[in-house]
Design a protein around this ligand. Structure first.
Ligand code: ATP
Ligand code: MG
Length: 510
């Protein structure tokens, strides 16, 4: 009996083994005629059908970051803005409030306006052409095992989720989402608060892929072109150039050029370079990204900052000659690679020799050149890059060649036309005519000595309420200051730089 059972088991195991081998061979051959996929597909379809019966709802998520957290998602921002509309927040019990129009020049009603959106964990229903959809705001908590110095891993991942019935699939994924994005963009334009961004330095704990590579305040600079003293023809020329740029989408597409333009503003201190940037931003209604290069440690970090800038913006590099070595002989690619690797090591917070508080800008000239017109410079559109400097002669020619800096504007000392403009702005419209003698004296002195508009403006500023009524003392102060400057300039010793009067605009047309 025992022997029989054993032999039966033996035979059965042989049969099973043979069957297994046969099945493997047949299965492998079936792959060639795609039957395996056919079975798999059929099975999946059945599983999906079963799931659809149990749960007929589909969902779409809109994550805050795309491209491996490199770039914030436009779709996320559009959905967020869409959900701030009355439809988007109806029935929501917990709302988030942010300031709307905050400009000093906004009407009082706009100034008090709050933009309301739903808080995390809330859900809201929306109806579109008879279909009901549900939006919810959620966030995934940071990983518990996240390395302490990795901000990306430590930051929560926010997203919006859209749920809808399968029968509305085409309507929702087609028309509804297009409607949401379009409406969201409209709301963004309406609530748009212009911003001044800065890249603050985070010593140690920063891997750069954090959502806050830029921090910002509302951009509320009061300077406009009609408050900027300069040759009217030159001003008109700059404004026309900005208009051409703003309306140049089609042109840039046609010639296959990234939609950006470089401006170099150079001239002595106090001649209005930074003021010009503010006037440009106000004219174009763009945001301003103020690049503090001394806080940027590597070329890679500079690229991350570039990626995180938005369209319709001005990227400013103030005093570029002071921020990094733009005059040195360029290094070989290998030298730069080694230097970059060294800096990456320097940034490691766990490095024992890392000294807190040591600060250095290690962006190289080639890093900056790549920033301006390398491959990455084409991500994003409608952006101006502005460099300002007091010493244009110190800059490497490659940095300011046409294509990188398309328009070069020299800001110079005050001439008589600029003086008249400043006098009318600071004092009154008829001041030049009412004080002809004093103004003639100013004219003669301005032909002999250099004075920056900032100083002329300071002397002309009334120092007490009476001086608004009688601007004579302001003009006297200016005459006295100019005479003193003339005396100092004629005294034996180092010669004062006699720069060309007025504001000179050189234009490198493409
Ligand atoms: N051309 C100008 N028209 C009107 N105001 C001017 C002009 N130039 C300078 N100012 C005034 O002088 C002040 C300083 O100007 P601004 O900061 O623009 O000079 P800058 O050229 O950027 O100087 P720096 O080279 O030191 O950075 C500002 O408050 C501005 O209002
Ligand atoms: Mg300046």
């Amino acid at each position: 009996m025992d022997d029989n059972v054993l032999s039966w088991f033996g035979q059965a195991s042989v049969v099973v083994s043979v069957l297994a081998v046969c099945w493997t061979m047949i299965w492998q051959n079936l792959q060639h005629i795609h039957l395996q996929q056919f079975f798999a597909r059929n099975f999946n379809r059945r599983a999906r059908r079963l799931a659809a019966v149990v749960d007929p709802y589909l969902s779409v998520t809109f994550e805050e970051y795309e491209g491996g957290r490199i770039k914030s998602s436009e779709a996320f921002d559009e959905v967020k803005s869409y959900l701030t509309t009355a439809t988007g927040t109806r029935g929501v019990r917990h709302l988030r409030a942010e300031c709307g129009g905050s400009s000093r020049r906004d009407a009082a009603a706009d100034k008090d306006k709050l933009v309301l959106s739903m808080a995390k964990g809330e859900e809201v229903a929306d109806v579109f052409e008879g279909a009901t959809v549900w939006w919810s705001a959620a966030a995934v908590a940071p990983r518990q095992d996240a390395v302490p110095w990795s901000r990306a891993a430590r930051a929560e991942r926010r997203f919006f989720r859209l749920d809808f019935h399968e029968k509305d699939r085409d309507l929702v994924l087609g028309e509804y989402l297009t409607h949401v994005r379009r409406k969201g963009r409209e709301v963004m334009a309406k609530n748009r608060q212009r911003r001044l961004y800065t890249n603050i330095s985070r010593e140690g704990f920063d891997d750069g892929f954090y959502r806050d590579v830029w921090t910002h305040v509302p951009f509320d600079h009061p300077k406009t072109f009609d408050k900027l003293a300069m040759d009217p023809a030159k001003k008109k020329d700059i404004i026309a150039d900005l208009d051409m740029f703003r309306n140049g989408k089609e042109y840039h597409e046609r010639v296959g050029k990234p939609w950006k333009r470089g401006y170099l503003l150079h001239g002595p201190p106090g001649t209005g370079k930074s003021t010009m940037v503010a006037a440009m931003a106000n004219y174009l209604k763009y945001d301003v990204y103020d690049f503090e290069l001394t806080s940027v440690k590597t070329n890679t970090e500079l690229r991350k900052l570039l990626i995180e800038t938005k369209s319709k913006s001005i990227m400013v590099f103030e005093d570029i000659d002071c921020s990094l070595d733009v005059t040195s002989k360029r290094k070989t690619a290998k030298e730069e690679e080694e230097e970059e690797a060294d800096k990456e090591k320097d940034d490691d917070p766990l490095r024992p020799d890392k000294k807190a508080g040591t600060k250095r800008s290690s962006v190289t000239l080639s890093g900056l050149l790549n920033f301006i017109d390398g491959l990455w410079s084409a991500c994003g559109e409608e952006r101006l890059i502005v460099f300002t400097t007091n010493h244009v002669g110190k800059l490497d020619p490659a940095l300011i060649r046409t294509g990188r800096m398309d328009k070069k504007i020299e800001m110079s000392y005050c001439d008589f036309e600029s003086f008249k403009f400043l006098a009318r702005m600071h004092l009154s419209d008829g001041v030049v005519e009412a004080h002809r003698d004093k103004c003639d004296r100013v004219r003669a002195l301005l032909e002999e000595v250099n004075m920056a508009p900032v100083d002329v403006g300071e002397h002309l500023t009334p120092k007490c309420p009476d001086e608004f009524e009688d601007p004579g003392p302001c003009l006297d102060r200016l005459v006295a200051a100019l005479e003193k400057a003339k005396e100092e300039a004629t005294r034996p010793g180092p010669q004062v730089d006699q720069q060309q009067q007025g504001i000179v605009v050189e234009d490198d047309k493409e």
